[in-house]
Design a protein around this ligand. Sequence first.
Ligand SMILES: Cc1cc2nc3c(=O)[nH]c(=O)nc-3n(C[C@H](O)[C@H](O)[C@H](O)COP(=O)(O)OP(=O)(O)OC[C@H]3O[C@@H](n4cnc5c(N)ncnc54)[C@H](O)[C@@H]3O)c2cc1C
Length: 426
Amino acid sequence: MADVVIIGAGVAGIQAALDLADHNIHVHLIEREPTIGGHMAQLDKTFPTNDCSMCILSPKMVEVARHPDITIHTCSEVESVSGEVGSFRVRVRKHPRYIIEEECNGCGDCTLICPVEVYNRFDAGIGVRKAIYKPHAQAVPDIVIKDQEHCIECGLCYDVCGKEAILHEDEDHERLIDIEAASIIVATGYGTFDARNKRQLRYLAVPDVITSLEFERMINASGPTGGELRRLSDGKPPRSVAFIQCVGSRDIAAGRPYCSGVCCMYAMKNAMLIREKNPEVDVTVFYNDIRAYGKGYEEYYERAENLGVRFIRGFPGEVFEGGDHLIMVAEDTETGEVETFHPDLVVLSIGLEPAPGSEEIGTMLGIPHDKAGFFDVADRKVGPVLTVKPGIYVAGTATAPRDIPDSVTMGGAAAMRAYLDALRVG
Ligand SMILES: Cc1cc2nc3c(=O)[nH]c(=O)nc-3n(C[C@H](O)[C@H](O)[C@H](O)COP(=O)(O)OP(=O)(O)OC[C@H]3O[C@@H](n4cnc5c(N)ncnc54)[C@H](O)[C@@H]3O)c2cc1C
């Protein structure tokens, strides 16, 4: 049976891969990061059930790694595509990991001895990692990567590795792999709005203004603070937390006129998690409209209110520093009252945008974007995973902001279409 290529191994790509492989179709899962999992691996809990995100995702990641019909290509990107449905030729560029993948057993001894600490992208910037590292404890594949840009060649990792699995800079190179595939699924996911573009909110200018993704890492037990809520300025627990919604969503001036779909729900989730764990902390959500459209979502909103989360319809215009706390003034547009707030921690609910590199992927595959830059589908009503190119399908947030259940559903739908193509080729 012909193979299928899936670009992007977030939850949408993972679901598509498992569904295809379970039907004996061999899948090549192409992921540019050193681990599969995408954004879901960064989340603490997930709405609407507040289940632990990794408790759901990690078994799927392990299943992918163990499946005889899935080949994972991490640190890899598609370089070119030719051919047509039934006989695509996909050229993949594999970036060097500086590790002999078959030899590394993921023991992590090298990461402990490495003396270099750098910004940790997985922890969304609030933690550090080593120059030789595993992106996170449940990474798949469960092996390390050497970041050659920051490696100081001290030699400690080579000495400690009993398997001699670590390579020097000149011992590993980019490689090209050619794959024949009946069809291609694009599940490249999303990027997040750069909150520095809203200068008045003082992101990165004031340490206690953080993004929602940073917050997800902070309240995660395996995150940089061990799950403890902390101010980045002085490490103290905050007494009051403010969530500001629509940062880079429904904002024409910021070039993001669309709703990001998930921010109301994830802010409610995180507000509830604070109140459940620390009932003494005041939590306020500043919003425009609460969009709780899914099954059980309105009840979720009510639960947040019942837990004492305060919702104010109105946005603070600016965030100011005020000694040991922040100062914001906002009008409650439902009552007309103007109030001054003194939060210890401000969390910006950043919107979703097309993943970096989406434009290049679209040009390479010949599939168009919508105005926002997400991949356009052939028919939004009855063909939500079809593109204008036969044999090329799209799934998950690569097409628009959406939540995990919708992304998984699309992954399954795209897999079904790809399965039929593979069946036709035989
Ligand atoms: C702060 C925050 C909290 C959230 N909380 C929730 C929640 O509680 N519940 C919920 O349902 N949803 C939540 N979401 C939304 C959720 O993150 C998404 O619905 C889900 O992760 C989308 O999965 P995906 O596979 O479409 O995309 P992604 O998770 O973005 O995965 C895409 C993958 O493709 C890879 N990729 C991208 N481009 C390329 C390329 N060119 N080549 C190879 N690989 C590539 C990426 O590295 C990534 O691994 C939240 C979002 C945010 C920002």
